[in-house]
Design a protein around this ligand. Structure first.
Ligand code: ADP
Ligand code: MG
Length: 339
């Protein structure tokens, strides 16, 4: 598959020879603007590599805002991780099948959003995938056995997750339900980090959490160039996209997986079967907010090319790039291909 250059006109402003400019303009500006410069920091949070890169007046300003952004990401992890025993989400999974559990407004709203994407996708996105999903251990090469699959498949059903807005509670109408926000929480965290940067007057930045990124502004009149990974060739891009002021998420079957008997066992599950979704190799979504692109990249990955594009094409301000099972690229209606 040749690396294509894709120009999504809704999400960026295109300069004619923009690639040349991306390479040269920052150098020119570094020499002309003496005090301000780019700062970048990385950390491991939420089981993934987080990076914050921004343009700031000086090191002290950069340190302060990057620390605040990282704090937001850690707050989301500490609240919403299914593994951290003190997290709110952990507590929900312990109790919500027995009784309604009062939860914070932030978590309530995020679960509400997850439920919205479940409804829109007819259950392709479903945070109760974890009812079966928690039996997978990708590092250890373990998948659920037949009995675990059969006993817990009925617990994958977002309609059995009951939210009560008046009392701010959550209740599971099946004893085996477990929820996991892994398909939406990183995007949510990225949005929170971006909000902190904006509040602190940062006008040019990128925050990336694994496959979820959001950009504020541009790079001195030129777009940022974001690569969508080739799903079968490491360190190769299938597409490179010039972007500004947008979020982009990619879900791929190469992020967390093991191969057993020639079968790729990966981390995005089809809620109908409890088995890895196998229609496509990757799905990338572009939209204003990372919480939406994150949830939708997982959703479209499960739905596949036809249903995934149908969903995206009927949503306002959302675009998709899908790499199918054969490695072929597919684009939503409003993306313009220019090679
Ligand atoms: P990542 O950036 O971690 O690869 P993705 O956005 O691609 O995340 O989503 C994968 C994660 O979403 C899985 O690790 C799991 O936590 C969660 N997930 C898997 N299948 C589903 C599903 N059908 N609906 C909602 N969430 C899912
Ligand atoms: Mg996702």
């Amino acid at each position: 598959m040749a690396a294509a250059l894709l120009i999504p006109f809704k999400h960026c402003r295109i300069a004619c020879s923009w690639l040349f400019l991306v390479c040269t303009v920052p150098l020119l500006l570094f020499s002309s603007i003496a005090s301000a410069e780019w700062f970048r920091e990385e950390a491991d949070v939420m089981g993934t590599r987080i990076s914050v890169e921004l343009w700031a007046d000086n090191q002290a300003q950069a340190n302060t805002v990057i620390a605040l952004a990282m704090d937001e990401l850690r707050w989301v992890d500490n609240t919403m991780s299914p593994y951290i025993e003190t997290s709110e989400l952990y507590r929900i999974n312990q109790l919500a099948a027995k009784q309604p559990v009062v939860i914070s407004k932030d978590l309530f709203q995020l679960i509400e959003k997850a439920q919205y994407f479940s409804k829109e996708s007819n259950g392709a996105f479903d945070i109760s995938f974890s009812s079966v999903g928690h039996f997978y251990d990708y590092r250890a090469g373990v998948k659920p056995n037949q009995q675990q699959l059969v006993q817990n498949l009925a617990a994958i059903n977002y309609q059995l997750i009951k939210l009560d807005a008046e009392h701010s509670t959550i209740f599971f109408q099946h004893p085996n339900i477990k929820i996991d926000l892994g398909g939406i929480a990183k995007g949510y965290a990225v949005d929170h980090a971006i909000a902190v940067l904006e509040k602190n007057n940062i006008v040019s930045a990128i925050v990336a959490a694994g496959g979820d990124s959001r950009i504020i502004g541009d790079r001195f009149g030129d777009p940022w160039v974001i690569g969508v990974r080739h799903p079968r060739q490491e360190n190769t891009y299938a597409v490179r996209i010039p972007l500004e002021n947008t979020a982009i998420s990619t879900s791929g079957d190469y992020e967390r997986f093991f191969i057993k008997n020639g079968e790729r066992v990966h981390h995005i599950l089809n809620p109908v079967t409890g088995l890895p979704a196998n229609k496509v190799q990757s799905a990338s979504i572009l939209s204003a907010k990372a919480v939406d692109t994150d949830a939708l990249s997982t959703t479209v990955f499960v739905l596949g090319v036809e249903q995934g594009l149908a969903l995206v094409n009927r949503m306002q301000g959302v675009d998709a790039i899908i790499i199918d099972g054969e490695g072929k690229l597919h684009y939503s209606d409003e993306l313009l291909l220019a090679e």
